[in-house]
Design a protein around this ligand. Structure first.
Ligand code: TTP
Ligand code: MG
Ligand code: MG
Length: 418
């Protein structure tokens, strides 16, 4: 598919939508008069330039049961990558897994093999009995991981709230975003078209107001399809859903529920909360909610960050270099406070300074440093200032972390730090 068909408004439109996001979030949060503490928390995140953290706060609070969650899952993932790289494998039953002689199991198989009854986690010996002409390939995780990174980068063009579940699937929270006129259905279509065009495999998607239902929905029109559960359809959809589709309900629980006459989620609604807790302990509380289509778990982006920085826009421009130096200690203190809050910081490998001048031109200076201190940042400030030597409206200090190749969380965010 030609790129123009995939992006009806062009890629530039996505970038434009991004630029408006911080402002839109601000507008939403401005209405939070009932919860000033939450508003302060948001403003803290936003000021510190963490778009995903700010959005993570806004989405569940503001959109609640009207959130727009997309669950994307690739079709027969390992097998799809193998068929892409060797088209002669197409159209015939193919499985990826361990050899029968080594008591191997099937990791996955293409849909041609599924027609023979072959499936994931089945012993390869059994798979070969069901389908003697099955082609079996050993897994190549390095290649699957590369493809996975490529797909995640596509998701992150749409939202910073991307939570990968495994190499081939992820949740996306696209609540309140403007791409595709705000339609999550169109976003899912566009994302799938891009995966097909850029990665050359297919993916299916589910669109729903929460994670539970989005995941159920992505299975509904598999392969290469998508399914939407609108908020007004949730009640009826879930009522008819077999209890076995609830995550955490395995064979044992499903059988136990069926014995008590609960085959569908609708049946289960007749059970009082106390009875569910009596039967299933803590999971009973979850069941009580899930059988009503309620699931408030937020989409948690993976927090592997490439950098951390804090910045301040000054009410009055800093007139000269000395005035800039005078502000450094406060900025560094704020940076350290923020750094201390990171759950698992990786090793620092660069220090950086950002300067935006009164004429809105900006520059960054950076240098290798494993443990930057004030003199390191002060030297960078001298370097950055010397490039234009004029009053300064904004200063930022930060670090970049080592091993940036493995993640892309912040790379695609033209966030509040810009
Ligand atoms: P899935 O998304 O569960 O399966 P799939 O992508 O192969 O097929 P579907 O079209 O039904 O989504 O898993 C993704 C990959 O994870 C799969 O390609 C191989 C691997 N995997 C295993 O190694 N073992 C397993 O038991 C399962 C279920 C998956
Ligand atoms: Mg899959
Ligand atoms: Mg999967």
């Amino acid at each position: 598919m030609a790129p123009d068909t995939i992006y009806p408004k062009g890629k530039a439109a996505i970038r434009e939508d991004w630029k408006r996001l911080p402002e839109r979030l601000e507008q939403i949060v401005a209405t939070w008069n009932h919860d000033r503490a939450l508003r302060a928390m948001f403003q803290d995140e936003a000021r510190l330039g963490c778009l995903s953290d700010a959005l993570l706060l806004v989405s569940p609070v503001h959109f609640g049961s009207m959130r727009k969650i997309i669950h994307c899952d690739c079709d027969c993932f390992y097998a799809a990558v193998e068929m892409r790289d060797d088209p002669s494998l197409r159209g015939k039953p193919l499985a990826v897994g361990g050899r029968a002689e080594a008591r191997g199991v099937i990791a996955t198989c293409n849909y041609e093999a599924r027609a023979f009854g072959v499936h994931s986690a089945m012993s390869t010996a059994r798979a070969l009995r069901l389908c003697p002409q099955l082609t079996l390939l050993p897994p190549d995780f390095r290649r699957y991981r590369e493809v996975s990174q490529q797909i995640l980068a596509i998701y992150r063009d749409y939202t910073p709230l991307v939570e990968p579940l495994s190499l081939d699937e992820a949740y996306l929270d696209v609540s309140g975003l403007e791409h595709c006129r705000g339609s999550a259905t169109l976003m899912a279509e566009e994302i799938r078209a891009r995966i097909r065009a850029e990665v050359r495999i297919t993916a299916s998607a589910g669109i729903a107001p929460n994670k539970f239902l989005a995941k159920v929905a992505s299975d509904w029109n598999k392969p290469d399809g998508q399914f939407v559960i609108r908020p007004q359809d949730v009640d009826a959809f879930v009522a008819a859903l077999p209890v076995s589709r609830i995550f955490g309900v395995g064979k044992v629980t499903a059988t136990r529920l069926q014995k008590h006459g609960a085959r569908t989620c609708g049946d289960l609604r007749a059970w009082e909360l106390a009875r569910l807790i009596g039967e299933f302990g803590r999971f009973g509380t979850a069941l009580h909610q899930l059988c009503r289509g309620i699931d408030e778990r937020p989409v948690r982006p993976d927090r592997v960050r490439k950098s951390l920085s804090v910045e301040t826009t000054y009410a009055r421009d800093l007139p000269d270099l000395a005035a800039c130096h005078a502000e450094l200690p406060a900025l560094i203190a704020e940076f350290r406070r923020r750094f201390a809050k990171l759950s698992a910081p990786r090793p620092v490998h660069q220090a950086m300074i950002k300067v935006k001048f009164a004429d809105f031109t900006q520059t960054t200076a950076e240098c290798a440093s494993a443990a930057p201190d004030e003199p390191v940042w002060a030297a960078l400030l001298d370097e950055a200032w010397a490039r234009r030597e004029r009053p300064v409206r904004l200063l930022g200090v930060g670090v970049r972390f080592a091993d940036v190749a493995a993640c892309g969380a912040e790379e695609n965010q033209p966030g509040l730090f810009e």
